[in-house]
Design a protein around this ligand. Structure first.
Ligand SMILES: [Zn+2]
Ligand SMILES: [Zn+2]
Length: 443
């Protein structure tokens, strides 16, 4: 005979209950660049997926809060007082419901346009923001799931919890919610058109952004802006979908989401800026060339394509200075001393991508790259070589970063595969101009 369970037990059961079925969402999986130009923009369509790893409490709606990552929305809507005509900024709040099947609404308008239109773009901007929340969750969760599976195979613990903020730094000029939270890097206050990864820091100047240390997740946050420009095709024409030019909304861009999520991976493995030895709220958010290049590598891995920006940056040519495609021609001959770490990092990401093709086994190569990052993380702070990890803007030949990266990769190959790929690695890296300083030099 089965007795009645005590009420307390039932309560605990309910409270800890995770529902295993997963809600549906509409996301962009990515499209080949060649498919889309201004004339074929109707091919840009979201696809339905199930969102995995979400946690749900009984009798509450689904929210974009999972086991590895949560997505929050700092977007601003424009509210007009019917009596006085005054405008205010009010929060969008976070997505919740039975599913996350939103219309991408051509990326919404820019926040500035919506302010000028006194909120008449609110519906489109909100729909685009909600789509961006689901899209950001999907790509961030998928990336962390893969990274954690590699770490588990290498006997390491999973990554700490990540928060992704969409519609961050909207640059609302209205009184109310998040007024004047702008990107001021150009000297002009704009809404943020890209993404960045931050840990809380009140010690270092953040070059054009303001971050409140108390609201930033200590383990790390990816910030995705609401956009401030429109997507163009390879001919420079605006991509118009459903009669609206597509706003370059970073949370609609899988590459930006994955790249920023990858900073979380690199930050908690290689730890290039020695943050593990800094105090809480005093972390360094600078990124070295190896960091940016490795993040683009993970992006190509997750999208299974070297053309990471696809239709969203189709106006970029392989030979453009800003190009981030991993099949471009850059070698260390194109390295710019004290140059942009994304652009210099493209030499590193392209070399890793070449190696992935040469080895012919994606997961095996990804384990090698992850092991390389872990080996960087193991360098102890009192080792004089640790200083070389934090070299950006310091008086050291920055090309050494790539040579050190190569030495570490060879070390990883020795530990994981008994030097089985050594010749292949050296040959692949030599083609991009990266060689060892002296034969057999370790980091
Ligand atoms: Zn930020
Ligand atoms: Zn980056």
């Amino acid at each position: 005979m089965v007795g009645l369970r005590p009420a307390r037990y039932l309560f605990q059961l309910r409270k800890s209950c995770e529902i295993t079925n997963a809600p549906q969402a509409r996301v962009y999986l990515g499209l080949p660049q060649s498919q889309v130009n201004a004339k074929t923009a109707d091919k840009i369509k979201p696809e339905s997926v199930k969102l995995t790893n979400l946690l749900k409490k009984t009798n509450e709606p689904w929210r974009l809060k999972g086991k590895q990552v949560e997505v929050v929305n700092y977007g601003v809507l424009v509210e007009k007082d019917n009596k006085t005509g005054e405008l205010r900024g009010v929060p969008m709040g976070n997505a919740e419901g039975d599913s996350f099947l939103y219309d991408p609404a051509s990326g919404g308008s820019t926040p500035k346009q919506n302010e000028e239109a006194e909120g008449r773009e609110n519906d489109r901007i909100l729909s685009a923001a909600r789509f961006g929340e689901a899209n950001a969750y999907y790509h961030a969760d998928r990336t962390l799931t893969y990274a954690n599976s590699l770490l588990a195979e290498l006997g390491e613990k999973p990554l700490p919890y990540l928060r992704v903020v969409v519609n961050d730094h909207s640059c609302s000029q209205l009184p109310g919610y998040r007024q004047n939270d702008c990107d001021e890097r150009s000297g002009e206050a704009r809404s943020f058109g890209g993404g960045h990864y931050r840990r809380p820091s009140d010690r270092f100047d953040d070059e054009g952004f303001e971050h409140q240390v108390e609201e930033i997740n200590s383990a790390g946050e990816a910030h995705l802006g609401p956009g401030n420009d429109f997507i163009k095709d390879a001919d420079g024409d605006r991509v118009v979908v459903n009669s609206y030019p597509y706003n370059e909304n970073p949370s609609h861009n899988a590459a930006i989401i994955i790249h920023e999520t990858a900073h979380h991976i690199v930050s908690h493995t290689a730890d290039f800026r020695e943050n593990q030895n800094r105090q809480n709220n005093q972390y360094s958010n600078r990124k070295i060339h190896l960091d940016e290049g490795t993040c683009d590598y993970w992006t190509a891995v997750m999208l299974n394509s070297p053309d990471i920006y696809e239709w969203q940056r189709a106006d970029e040519k392989l030979t453009d200075k800003s190009n981030r495609n991993l099949s471009g021609p850059r070698t260390t001959a194109n390295f710019v001393q004290d140059g942009d770490p994304h652009e210099n990092g493209n030499i590193w990401s392209s070399t890793l991508w070449d190696l992935r093709q040469a080895i012919g086994d994606g997961r095996k190569t990804d384990l090698l790259v992850m092991k390389t990052l872990l080996l960087f993380g193991e360098i102890e702070a009192d080792n004089p070589k640790a200083k070389r990890k934090i070299r950006r803007n310091e008086e050291i030949d920055q090309k050494d970063e790539f040579r050190d990266g190569l030495a570490m990769l060879l070390q990883a190959d020795k530990l994981l595969y008994k030097n089985a790929n050594r010749t292949l690695i050296l040959n692949t890296f030599a083609k991009r101009g990266i060689g060892l300083k002296t034969l057999d030099s370790n980091f």
